[in-house]
Design a protein around this ligand. Structure first.
Ligand SMILES: CC(C)[C@H](C(=O)O)[C@@H](O)C(=O)O
Ligand code: SF4
Length: 471
């Protein structure tokens, strides 16, 4: 039985939990341990119109229900036109509401994101959401331990997203079953907190229940001065917290049930070609034909491979760079933080979205990320390049709001799932890093960002259209 320090709530998995409390005549056991925000059903345009401005009636009711439940039970909620609103896994850490050493739950599988801070964080079902509301406790089964040690220095054009996609490509979507994964090694230590969140976010796509990264100075620095961080009125409280946080590391010589090693020194940008995150190759490779056997890649059976190829409308041996794209989505709890937006903006700056791209969405993960991006002028860079700068939410990560793929459309997406229909009925998702998605928007197909040339301001002012790829 574990005590839960923090529960995050969103509109999709909480209504029946609140209803259960009501029916049983219960109150939340520790109201202040809960923080709520709507994210899945919010539109990414006209948010200032508030919940009554949501056009789709199902989405409107869903968000209204969260609002009224939070009112009724006294739970802090960041509502649609609150600057602090955003994707639940972006706002928790951003507010300092997720802290090292905490047990964190949410009725959402990507709660593993919060493990990046040395927290034990995992998704739960709606009946467990109710249980945590009522008792603040949860029955937990001991997980197996997996160590994923990532060594080497990230080469140019390689980001946290490529690292985690490569890990999943190697161990498969069942590779982490029953485990909590600790990501460690010099390449993980070199990541910012944003990058570490991207990695832990996708631990669940490797089958693991939780992902974790040990606390270090990067973790501690992240929390200085955040609204829910300790020590606002008492510097001693901060010091005490930091002293405790520093203990949150695996013991030297700790035993793991499973150990995986990955050297990223030669890693190339990753792109998924199929309907599972493990169906991934490097951008300079081809759609696999099923004959190759590689130690660094899990093998799919012939049936799932051919089903995936037919759904994706791709053929064996086709070059990844030949895949023509219809839409681009930069956002989701995997890649919608400020660093992700900076990486995408750096690629599109001074370039234009290809005429064949119907839509290129950039959706910040929270109102505060949006404000920061605008303060840095990133919104202007995106708009000038022809991308669509939106308001925070899950957006096109999953088709629960107005942002969707059309049937048969290919999308370069920075999200975490490429399942059939995930981004809209018949939609075809390719998971990539923000920089790869941004480059795909400019060229209309995947390109190897390692060969992108910096934009030359001289060429821009002479009016020529910059392509930026080395011959
Ligand atoms: C809607 C929610 C329950 C779901 C999840 O648990 O992950 C969603 O966030 C997703 O990414 O598929
Ligand atoms: S952004 Fe996508 S993965 Fe993350 S919580 Fe929303 S729907 Fe789930």
């Amino acid at each position: 039985m574990i005590y839960i320090d923090r529960q995050l709530l969103h509109e999709v998995t909480s209504p029946q939990a609140f209803e259960g409390l009501r029916i049983a005549g219960r109150k939340p056991w520790r109201i202040s341990a809960n923080i709520a925000t709507p994210d899945h059903n919010v539109p990414t345009e006209n948010q200032s119109a508030g919940v009554s401005g949501i056009v789709d009636p199902v989405s409107r009711i869903q968000v209204q229900t969260l609002d009224s439940n939070c009112d009724d039970f006294g739970i802090l909620e960041f509502r649609m036109n609150d600057m602090r609103q955003g994707i639940v896994h972006v706002i928790g850490p951003e507010q300092g509401a997720t802290l090292p050493g905490m047990t964190v739950v949410c009725g959402d599988s990507h709660t593993s994101t919060h493990g990046a801070f040395g927290a034990l964080a995992h998704g739960i079902g709606t009946s467990e959401v109710e249980h945590v509301l009522a008792t603040q406790c949860l029955v937990a089964k001991k997980m197996k331990n997996m160590l994923v040690r990532v060594t080497g220095q990230a080469p140019k054009g390689i980001f946290a997203k490529d690292i985690v996609l490569a890990i999943i490509g190697r161990i498969g979507t069942a590779g982490g079953n029953g485990h909590a994964i600790e990501f460690a090694g010099e390449a993980i230590e070199a990541l910012s907190m944003e990058g570490r969140m991207t990695v832990c976010n996708m631990a669940i796509e490797a089958g693991a229940r939780a992902g974790m990264i040990a606390v270090d100075q990067t973790t501690i620095d992240y929390f200085a001065g955040r609204p829910f961080s300790p020590g606002h009125d008492d510097p001693e409280e901060w010091d005490q917290a930091v002293n405790y946080w520093r203990t949150l590391r695996s013991d030297d010589g700790a035993q793991f049930d499973t150990i995986v090693e990955l050297d990223i020194s030669d890693l190339a940008p990753q792109v998924t070609w199929g309907t599972s995150p493990e169906m991934v190759v490097a951008v300079d490779e081809n759609v696999p034909d099923g004959t190759e056997r590689r130690a660094d890649r899990v093998q799919q059976n012939a049936d799932s491979r051919s089903r995936a190829l037919s759904y994706m409308g791709l053929s064996e041996g086709q070059a990844i760079t030949d895949i023509q794209l219809d839409r681009v989505f930069i956002g989701s709890c995997t890649n919608s933080r400020i660093e992700d937006l900076r990486e995408a903006a750096a690629v599109v700056k001074g370039r234009k979205v290809a005429a064949t791209i119907k839509q290129a969405l950039v959706v910040p993960g929270s109102g505060l990320v949006k404000r920061q991006a605008e303060a840095e002028g990133l919104d202007v860079i995106f708009r000038e390049a022809g991308l669509d700068w939106r308001e925070p939410g899950c957006s096109m990560c999953l088709a629960m709001n107005a942002d969707k793929l059309g049937q048969g459309e290919h999308c370069a997406s920075t999200s975490n799932r490429n399942f059939e229909g995930r981004q809209g009925f018949g939609g075809r998702t390719h998971l990539v890093s923000p920089a790869m998605a941004a480059a795909a928007a400019v060229f209309g197909h995947f390109v190897d960002i390692r060969s992108l040339q910096p934009i030359d301001p001289e060429r821009l002012s002479s009016g020529s259209s910059p392509d930026g790829v080395a011959a």
